[in-house]
Ligand binder design. Structure first.
Ligand SMILES: [Zn+2]
Ligand SMILES: [Zn+2]
Length: 302
């Protein structure tokens, strides 16, 4: 068992290609796998390897003038948590679909520590809206109690959701949250720029840091993550049900029909009954070889 590192930093990067080349040689030398996204606006990474390799990576980042003082979040895992190393250069480090020069972290919402968030939610003011910035399949298995849960499939739909519901946030305190904090940096800036809410907050380190401090707190269920673990359980609450029956289940699987590949929660008996297919139709297609089976080694992800 090794370590998984999750981190991001919004910092002006003049030459992302140069940084990408450096990151590639650094990670390959340390046998780290995972995914790193670079843009002019910063860096966003989820990588895994041995404990020592991860520590060497952190040391190398701290020695670089652009990447000091990053809040590295860690989890148990390792290079086996990711199929390979993927380093890409994009327009945004998380795709909000809004020009990075228009919505920048200079307008970001106020960071609250997990302790401050816990206090705020324990003595919850009437004018507080807790706003989940994640996708539906993420909040279905874990969420803060009483949160507003947008019906969105990707983060790119979030700005439109906010635009449509803008009046709702008038003179309100809005606390945003996401997995590890990176999405809220610009999502909160987007709302701050609308100048309608009284205050806009975000959780420093997201759900990850909150449940480290308060595993049995105001966040219930599982934190959806973007590696082979799929989800990380915070506490015993199960918020979702099996696609096929009413049994409580928050275990994700993907349909065995590779052409379908639906990502859904299922109880174990229904997985067995339907041959890990999302429907009798998919089961029939697999059984009669009218489709190909999903590679069992491929990741169970959205
Ligand atoms: Zn079931
Ligand atoms: Zn299917």
């Amino acid at each position: 068992m090794g370590t998984i590192l999750l981190y991001y930093k919004y910092i002006n990067i003049q030459n992302p290609q140069e940084i990408a080349n450096w990151q590639r040689s650094l990670c390959e030398g340390l046998h780290l796998t995972g995914r790193i996204i670079l843009a002019h606006e910063g860096i966003n990474g989820t990588i895994g390897g041995t404990d020592q390799a991860c520590q060497n990576y952190i040391d190398a980042m701290n020695a670089h003038e652009l990447f000091q003082d990053i809040d590295f979040k860690t989890a148990d895992g390792g290079s086996e948590s990711f199929p390979k190393l993927k380093i890409s250069i994009k327009n945004e480090i998380v795709r909000l679909g809004v020009d990075p020069s228009q919505v920048t972290v200079k307008d970001t919402g106020k960071h609250l520590t997990p302790e401050q968030v816990h206090e705020l939610l324990t003595n919850r003011p009437d004018n507080l809206i807790v706003l989940d910035t994640r996708n539906d399949y993420e909040w279905q298995v874990g969420q803060f109690t009483g949160a507003e849960l947008p019906n969105i499939k990707t983060f790119r739909e979030f700005p439109e959701y906010v635009e449509k519901n803008l009046e709702r946030y008038k003179d309100k305190e809005v606390l945003m949250y996401c997995t590890g904090g990176v999405r809220c940096e610009r999502a909160s800036a987007f709302l701050v720029q609308k100048d309608i809410a009284k205050n806009v907050y975000q959780i420093d380190g997201g759900i990850h840091r909150y449940i480290e401090k308060f595993p049995n707190g105001h966040f219930r269920g599982k934190n959806y993550v973007f590696d082979e673990r799929i989800t990380v359980r915070a506490n015993a609450d199960i918020l979702s049900t099996c696609l096929h029956c009413d049994t409580k289940s928050d275990d994700y699987t993907n349909c065995l029909n590779a052409m379908c590949n639906k990502h859904y929660t299922s109880c174990q008996p229904c997985i067995e009954r339907l041959g890990n297919s999302c429907s009798q139709h998919c089961q029939m297609l697999v059984a009669t070889k009218q489709t190909v089976e999903r590679d069992s080694r491929s990741s169970l992800r959205k």
